[in-house]
Design a protein. Structure first.
Length: 235
């Protein structure tokens, strides 16, 4: 890598670092010294420098920005994508319609998958984990309920499959997540897989199943209006 290109990349990284450590880098100035680029705080103390000859960034000992010489710079960001409601099918493979249980309806002017009281059949969808997956992996669900005297609960599990590996035949039972309990007011809940999350990997295929947990004594409809998968990306 040419020196100029490397220095440009390092400067970009350090500009991000200035946001993370704003207190230390307030009013930073810089100047060239023997081909290097040296940064100082407003008191004249060196904060860090970019050494052109050695192609590395150095920090004064004890600095909040001190890192090992030659360390690899990485950053993480959350990425997400929605799972289309019309992509879900019932647990017996039936395509959802307004006549199935659960079925498709429009409530609060929003399309949703609806479970009436006593209906517990799961719906399922399969998707591929993107190649930039680094860690984590969970689901956000936006839902409403027609009667919130006792909040409804969303139950779920996941099956994880990979190329050349026998099909996943079991899933860990998850803990149902309760809605906030406000009639016809959207509520976003997070479904985080326990144990199974450790099997998430870039390129793996995940089958998510969700359903109404009928253990709760609420009688209102559970109306799932949207489902999103989110994860920590590597770049």
């Amino acid at each position: 890598m040419k020196k100029r290109t490397l220095i440009a990349v390092l400067i970009g990284i350090l500009l991000v670092a200035t946001t993370l450590w704003a207190a230390e880098l307030n009013n930073v100035t810089s100047k060239g010294v023997d081909g290097d680029l040296v940064f100082y705080d407003q008191s004249g103390n060196e904060v860090f420098s970019i050494e052109a000859a050695n192609r590395k960034v150095t920090y004064p000992s004890g600095s909040a920005l001190e890192v090992e010489s030659g360390a690899t710079f990485t950053y993480a960001r959350e990425r997400s994508f929605t799972l289309p409601l019309f992509g879900f099918v019932s647990n017996d493979g039936v395509v959802l319609t307004s006549s199935t249980a659960p079925g498709l309806e429009i409530d609060d002017l929003i399309p949703n998958i609806v479970w009436a009281d006593g209906e517990t059949t799961p719906v399922a969808i399969t998707f591929r984990i993107p190649s930039d997956y680094s860690s984590g992996g969970a689901f956000r669900v936006i839902a409403t309920e027609s009667n919130s005297t006792t909040p409804n609960e969303v139950d779920f599990d996941v099956y994880i499959n990979k190329d050349g590996v026998a099909a996943d035949a079991s899933a860990t039972g998850q803990t149902p997540v309760a809605l906030a309990g406000t009639t016809s007011t959207p509520d976003v809940v997070t479904l985080t897989p326990a144990t199974d999350q450790a099997s998430f990997a870039a390129g793996a295929w995940v089958t998510l199943r969700i359903w109404r947990d009928n253990t709760a004594t609420g009688t209102g409809d559970l109306e799932v209006k949207g489902v999103e998968f989110f994860y920590t990306a590597s770049n």
